[in-house]
Design a protein around this ligand. Structure first.
Ligand code: PMP
Length: 402
């Protein structure tokens, strides 16, 4: 028998990593929410206002959406029981895909279990060894992992910088058989918007295809809520592949990819996170159809959201608090810097009745920890004003302590 050095017990090995996270102020805890309705939470028996969710239109608690789940259950089934290509396909899936394609102005759409799975399945299906992927440095983890799985060469360009991307393409495009530009539409932790018009121009010039993850733009950006493509007025010449999520502004769960009929037919065969996984429960697909109907036919929802964003931005500016991001998105990042100071500020806000995301490494680069405030159409004016007031009080203390 070969001699081996004895490994420590698995738990000891893992506990050392957890202790290192503790020392770096990066240990995370699951917040235990006992109840939620809209932005009103109950946390350890205390009422808390949620400023951390991506339920931007309040559709997760919309009575019509909830009723649709109930009605869907009357069909006598929760789980689809199998992958859609086997026996898990339902009329609700087909109808939802048609409606999503129509909403996005695309020929076809394909449902996935989540945004993470959509990126993890679609990128490796499309890009392969010998291809080059040009990826924004702040792309979401699921895009990063999708690029890794694809076996293409990934080149990372500086955030939202078409000039730098052009240099990168000019130097390296000839090395690759095919080229992809891959970007978030709205950057989830920074709340800014990809310069899609410039990226599409570069794609034409260097014969590249463009893949956009519009998790945070879908339902929110543009007059009709069609997302980043509509925001930039590019509906006539959109990116080749657009991913959107159903668990953020649409308030339910899952994701979809839109493009041509051929693209979607190809993904039905090649996207492994579509082929080898159980279909979405039909009652959820039904609820998503209702949420989509609400999002597309009630422009008041988006108007209210925009009003809320500008009210909070204004109230924070009045207190001298600098907020990053694009005012068209409901994501308001407030840079703090150190992880510990950000965590303490998050805890202090919670004890004052506000749940705000305290975002640290590895979600954002080291020393760029921040509060990520997200606004919803269902926040009230007093709730928005109260957060600004309390933040105005707590922020100077957190910063001097950091
Ligand atoms: N892409 C982006 C940009 C995201 O922010 C997220 C969710 N945080 C995802 C993909 C993953 O979506 P889902 O939560 O549906 O898995």
């Amino acid at each position: 028998m070969p001699s081996m050095t004895r490994s420590p017990a698995l738990d000891d090995h893992l506990a050392r990593s957890l202790a290192a996270l503790d020392r770096a102020g990066l240990r995370r805890v699951l917040p235990h929410l006992e109840a939620r309705h809209g932005v009103s939470l109950l946390v350890q028996g205390r009422p808390v206002i949620d400023f951390s969710s991506n339920d931007y239109l309040g559709l997760a608690s919309d009575p019509a959406v909830i009723d649709s789940v109930r009605l869907g259950l009357l069909d006598g089934e929760v789980g689809a029981g199998a992958a859609r290509l086997i026996s898990g396909n339902r009329l609700e899936h087909d109808a939802l895909e048609r409606e999503l394609a129509d909403f996005k102005g695309a020929a076809s759409a394909l449902l996935f279990g989540s945004g993470y799975l959509a990126n993890l399945g679609t990128l490796p299906a499309l890009a392969d060894q010998g291809d080059g992927i040009y990826a924004d440095e702040l792309n979401h983890a699921s895009l990063i992992d999708g690029c890794r799985l694809s076996r293409a060469t990934t080149l990372v360009y500086p955030h939202a910088d078409p000039g730098a991307l052009r240099t990168c393409l000019a130097e390296s495009a000839h090395r690759f058989r095919r080229r992809w530009i891959v970007t978030d539409g709205v950057f989830s932790m920074d709340g800014d918007i990809a310069p899609l018009r410039d990226l599409l121009m570069l794609a034409r010039e260097y014969e590249a295809w463009v893949y956009v993850d519009d998790a945070h733009g879908t339902g929110v950006l543009g007059e009709g809520g069609r997302g980043t493509v509509e925001h930039w007025g590019l509906c006539e010449g959109p990116p080749d592949v657009v991913m959107g999520t159903l668990g953020k502004a649409l308030g339910v769960s899952g994701a979809f990819v839109t493009g041509t009929d051929t693209l979607v037919e190809y993904l039905r065969h090649r996207a492994r996170t579509f082929v080898y996984t159980t279909g979405t429960p039909a009652p959820l697909a039904r609820a998503t159809r209702t949420a989509l109907e609400r999002a597309r036919t009630d422009p008041q929802l988006r108007d209210t959201l925009r009003g809320n964003v500008s009210r909070l931005r204004g109230a924070l500016a009045d207190r001298g608090i600098a907020v990053g991001g694009d005012p068209a998105t409901p994501i308001l990042p407030v840079r703090i810097g150190a992880s510990e100071a950000t965590t303490s500020l998050g805890s202090a806000l919670l004890s004052r009745g506000f749940l705000v995301g305290a975002i640290r490494s590895p979600t954002v680069p080291v020393n760029q920890a921040r509060l990520r405030i997200t606004v919803s159409a269902v926040h009230t004016a007093p709730q928005l004003d109260a957060l600004a007031e309390v933040l105005g009080e707590l922020l100077p203390v957190a910063r001097t302590g950091s």
